[in-house]
Every structure is written in structure tokens, then in C-alpha cells.
Design a protein around this ligand. Structure first.
Ligand code: 5AD
Ligand code: SF4
Length: 447
């Protein structure tokens, strides 16, 4: 009988994409994937290290899974960012772990697991991807049958001083445009209506060859890719994350030209204080950021804007924090804002700075920012009442089984009365109620 593998994913969409890829490679090698950690022969965690709490979570989960075991002890593996960063020290800290697979070892996971099943105690692979490794995945292997993540660039060269990603995921590597386009065609044929082009910084997309891309004068490779992806006929195209310094007006021009490029931009500001932005080495000032926002606002359609902010970066004074509040006011509030308390990550440049903002102060700033954002967000959401949005139906609402849920083209969660027959379809919904983080409405036209 072949061994069964349980794979659990933490963190960002890149990890979700990597787990899909691991899943495909494991099945191809003859493993059976299971949803039961209590009985699986092999339990693998795909981990996140962006903040300290996320990085610790895996070790709590290993303990939980082992306590709930029905059968014998499983082979436990740690893959992804924590594996890449902590390497062999994981074996010392957690003796039940016998496989450590870094962020580029995904395709070798079957061999690594087989070695552990054969009795090897410490199997580790922190190497680069092998030459010629294909990134493509069959449409059938996606976590969601309706929305697919398509990685276009892996890693990051920005080295923002607080961030662990350039260390956990290495230098930027862009996928070839012809591979990306072929994958999207396949997803389209298979009935996916929405794709997200993903990367830590999609704007610095720079493939080795530009086959499949039009040579438009002045446009960045990312913009040329956007246009080529739009031409595949995929109904809904979203992309994340954009980096303010590399976010140019030609992206807005591409969105203006193509209806299927959706009305949503995720443009993290991180701070509104120029002093803090410099210490973060973000390469933009508050005023540069606001210029990008102006460009987004000048689009033909109204685009939603979401952002990330870090509060309590080392040395952030009350005055710096006020600047961040002011930035939010000047933006006019976001359609969604992810706020994080600064978390020191080992060996990042910011880790050598004195983290002089107390946890109480970080929490107070977090709450004040959240209150400010929430009052803007309420007004932004209320403006949708009476309007129609196009929603891709992705599932049944977790709270009300008679309601269905999905996302609008402006990337808002929309709930409405419906049935499972609507799954995977695009419907028009007229909004009747604005909730705190979602919209509610009635379907006015179903296919
Ligand atoms: N502490 C807190 N937040 C962080 N982020 C990245 N690194 C850290 C850190 N060390 C946040 C940033 C980024 C988001 C994905 O996570 O806001 O945009
Ligand atoms: Fe981290 Fe900055 Fe790269 Fe984003 S752009 S992944 S915040 S280093």
C-alpha cells in the first residue's frame, strides 16, 4: 500500500501555490493525499515566517497533531519559509521532525519523504530549484475550482529592512511569459473564471525571454504581461502584490484598456512617515505614494485600493505615527487595510535597531489606525448599496447555509441568497446591505 500524506499550509498565496505543486508531485510519485492528520503516514507543514507568531505556529501544530494521533507516530516534515531559514536546527528543537525542505525543494519532496520512510532520520534540502523545473500545474490540481493562483515571480530583491522574504525565498526569479500564458489558457479551458497573478513584487517581473509578449514602447515587462494575459480571454484577472516604487501609470493604462483586468490594486504603504520609510528602505516617500494613488484614482473605472501598514517599527515616534494616520486620511481610507505590529525577524537589517516601541504602544497605535480605517471603510462600503456588482460564486457562506459567497471584481466579499447550482458561475448582485467587511445583496441575473 502506498503511503498517505497530509499537507497543511500556512501563510501567503505563494505558499498555497507551492502546496498545490507539492500535491501534484506527490501524487505523480504514487503517494495518496489525505485530509486526516490523525492517520496519515506523513504529515507535512508548509510554513510562514513573515512574523514571529506565524513562525511559531508550526511548532504548536506539530504538538497538537502528535497528541491527537490514532495510529503510530507519523513522519513529520517542515517545508517552506521556516524550513529554509532554520534549516537543521529544526531537528534539534523538534526531534519528531525528520524532513526539512526549503522553499525551492518542492519538486524533490517525494524523494525526501521516501528517504525518511526508508528510515533516514534527518533528511534536509535547502537547495535551489533544479534547472529546467517546470512551474506549471494542471488546472485540476488547484485548491479552488474557481479561482487559481498563478505565480509569475518568485523571491524578492527589495530587502525592506524589516522583511524576511528575501532570505526565505531568495532572489527574484521570473517565469517565462509563454509558460504563464499557456497555463492561463489551460485554466480557461478548464472553466476557471478568475486568476490571480502572484508574486512578492509583481511589478519587477523580468523574464529572460519575452516570447509571447508584445514589444510595446515604454511599457514595463509586467505591463506587457498584463496585456498578454488579458488577451487570453480569461474573464477576471487580478494581481498582487504591487510595490509602490515600481508601480507605474502604464499599469492603470492597461486596466483602462482591458475590461477583464479587475478593479483592485493592493499597494502596501507600510508607513506614512518619510523618516520611517527611509529606515524601512522602501524607496518611496509618502508623497511618492500619494502620486501612485492619484494615478490609480485617474483610472476610467473606479479601482479598489487595499494596503498593508506596519505600526511600531523601531524608532517610530508618536509624530511618525500621526503621519501614517495622515496618509490614510489623504488616501481617503482604503477598501481594506491589513495592519501589523512590527515583529523583529532574525538577521534582517532592522533586527539590529533598538525596538524601542513598547508592546502597549504598538497595540494602541494598531487600534487607533484600525478605528480610523474602519470609519472610512464603512463609508466606502455604504456607497455600494443600491449598486450592482459582478460576483464569482465560490462557496456556501460559513454562517448561513442558505447563502452563497464570492468576490466582486473589486475584490469585496459578497454574500447573497442562492444555491450550490450557482457555484463557479458569475452572477450580478444588487447590494442591499453594507457589513463591516462584506456586502450583502440579491442576485438579479443568474446564468
Ligand atoms: N513585522 C510586521 N509586519 C511585517 N510584514 C512583513 N514583515 C513584517 C515584520 N517583520 C508585513 C508587511 C507586508 C505584509 C505581507 O507583512 O506589511 O506587506
Ligand atoms: Fe518584503 Fe519588501 Fe520584498 Fe515585500 S518588497 S517581500 S516587504 S522585502
Amino acid at each position: 500500500m502506498s503511503a498517505t500524506v497530509y499537507l497543511e499550509t500556512f501563510g501567503c498565496q505563494m505558499n498555497v501555490a507551492d502546496s498545490e505543486r507539492a500535491d501534484v508531485r506527490l501524487r505523480a510519485a504514487g503517494f495518496d493525499l489525505t485530509s486526516s492528520p490523525e492517520t496519515a503516514d506523513v504529515v507535512i507543514f508548509n510554513t510562514c515566517s513573515v512574523r514571529e507568531r506565524a513562525a511559531h505556529k508550526v511548532f504548536t501544530r506539530i504538538g497538537e497533531v502528535r497528541r491527537r494521533r490514532i495510529g503510530s507516530e507519523p513522519i513529520v516534515g517542515v517545508m517552506g519559509c521556516v524550513a529554509q531559514l532554520e534549516g537543521a536546527s529544526i531537528f534539534d528543537g523538534s526531534p519528531s521532525v525528520s524532513v526539512v525542505a526549503g522553499t525551492r525543494a518542492t519538486d524533490r519532496l517525494p524523494q525526501l519523504i521516501s528517504r525518511a520512510l526508508d528510515g533516514e532520520r534527518r533528511v534536509i534540502d535547502l537547495d535551489e530549484r533544479a534547472a529546467g523545473e517546470a512551474w506549471d500545474l494542471p488546472a485540476t490540481a488547484r485548491t479552488s475550482k474557481y479561482v487559481a493562483f498563478v505565480p509569475i515571480i518568485e523571491g524578492c530583491n527589495k530587502f525592506c529592512t524589516y522583511c524576511i522574504v528575501p532570505y526565505s525565498r531568495g532572489r527574484e526569479k521570473s517565469r517565462e511569459p509563454s509558460d504563464i500564458i499557456a497555463e492561463i489558457h489551460e485554466l480557461h479551458r478548464h472553466g476557471h473564471h478568475e486568476i490571480h497573478l502572484i508574486g512578492q513584487n509583481v511589478n519587477s517581473y523580468r523574464p529572460k525571454t519575452e516570447s509571447g509578449l508584445e514589444r510595446t514602447k515604454g511599457a514595463t515587462p509586467f505591463c506587457r504581461l498584463l496585456r498578454a494575459v488579458a488577451a487570453t480571454g480569461m474573464e477576471r484577472i487580478k494581481f498582487t502584490t504591487s510595490f509602490p516604487r515600481d508601480f507605474h501609470r502604464d499599469i492603470v493604462a492597461a486596466i483602462d484598456e482591458h475590461e477583464n483586468l479587475c478593479e483592485w490594486i493592493h499597494l502596501p504603504a507600510q508607513s506614512g512617515s518619510d523618516r520611517v520609510l527611509r529606515a524601512m528602505r522602501r524607496g518611496h516617500t509618502a508623497s511618492d505614494y500619494l502620486k501612485r494613488i492619484d494615478a490609480v484614482r485617474s483610472a476610467r473605472r473606479k479601482l479598489s485600493i487595499t494596503s498593508d501598514i506596519i505600526v511600531g517599527f523601531p524608532g517610530e515616534t508618536t509624530a511618525d505615527f500621526r503621519e501614517t494616520l495622515r496618509l490614510i486620511e489623504e488616501v481617503g481610507g482604503y477598501d481594506g487595510l491589513y495592519i501589523f505590529k512590527y515583529s523583529e525577524r532574525p538577521n534582517t537589517p532592522a533586527a539590529s535597531l533598538m525596538d524601542d516601541v513598547t508592546l502597549e504602544e504598538k497595540s494602541a497605535r494598531f487600534m487607533e489606525l484600525e478605528t480610523t480605517q474602519r470609519s472610512f471603510q464603512r463609508k466606502i462600503y455604504e456607497r455600494y448599496v443600491g449598486r450592482e456588482v459582478r460576483v464569482l460564486v465560490e462557496g456556501t457562506s460559513s454562517k448561513f447555509p442558505s447563502d452563497m459567497t464570492g468576490h466582486s471584481t473589486c475584490h469585496k466579499v459578497v454574500n447573497f441568497r442562492g444555491t450550490e447550482l450557482m457555484l463557479g458561475k458569475v452572477v450580478n448582485v444588487r447590494i442591499s446591505v453594507a457589513k463591516r467587511n462584506s456586502l450583502y445583496g440579491e442576485v438579479i441575473s443568474a446564468p
